[in-house]
Design a protein around this ligand. Sequence first.
Ligand SMILES: N[C@@H](CCC(=O)N[C@@H](CS)C(=O)NCC(=O)O)C(=O)O
Length: 229
Amino acid sequence: MLELIGYSFSPFVRKVMVTLEYKGLDYKHDPLNPFTEKERLLPLNPKGAVPVLIIDGKPMPESSDICHWLDEQYPLPSIYLSNKDDIQTRVEATEQWADSELASVFGGGMFFQRIIKPLFLNQACDDERVQSCMNEKGPAILEKLESSVPEAGYMYDDFSMADLAVSGWLRLGMLSGCDISTSRYPKLVNYLKQVYALPVYASILLKENQLDLIKQAKNTYATHFEIIE
Ligand SMILES: N[C@@H](CCC(=O)N[C@@H](CS)C(=O)NCC(=O)O)C(=O)O
């Protein structure tokens, strides 16, 4: 029996959710908000962060640990492309890069500032940090991705954690008003459209788009709607 704890718009949580669905696994979902429901979360994860996967009553935190565990228990299809060592290493390196650098810029510097802080923490947005992420740090990463993503298909042999991690953080950027449009990044936008269109990913995003918070973010900031329907 599997239960996923954490709201789905966190890219850390979404990595686990897409992995569960990609593997066709049954699970329950508790969309716990880690900022407003800390007292419920701390007994499951003393670090106070989501995701947590409850496996037969035992909590497992940390998105990468959870997804590696899922890949070991339910090997096909593999989200880390673990049948080829050299490719698995590259997938893991890209995931790590996304969950640190992209998380800091598109998560911490954009979505956390513009959406989470005012709505859940009653704190003011750090406009200076937002501007430096929107105008310098973000575009530097986006240009790097524009020159490295494939013309067609996924980053490595097949859909993998690399695509999942990168696309998750970029979605938060777009929801916060970051310009990721075809006119600036044609290859990247085309690549993202393909990743978001993967059926299990698309159905999760469709549900997520019904959430008030996401609607509010879209109406306030996301003027570049090409890939956020
Ligand atoms: N390394 C952790 C990071 C998890 C994480 O930072 N989750 C955020 C959600 S986006 C969270 O729960 N934040 C709550 C807080 O910092 O109080 C993982 O990969 O699971």
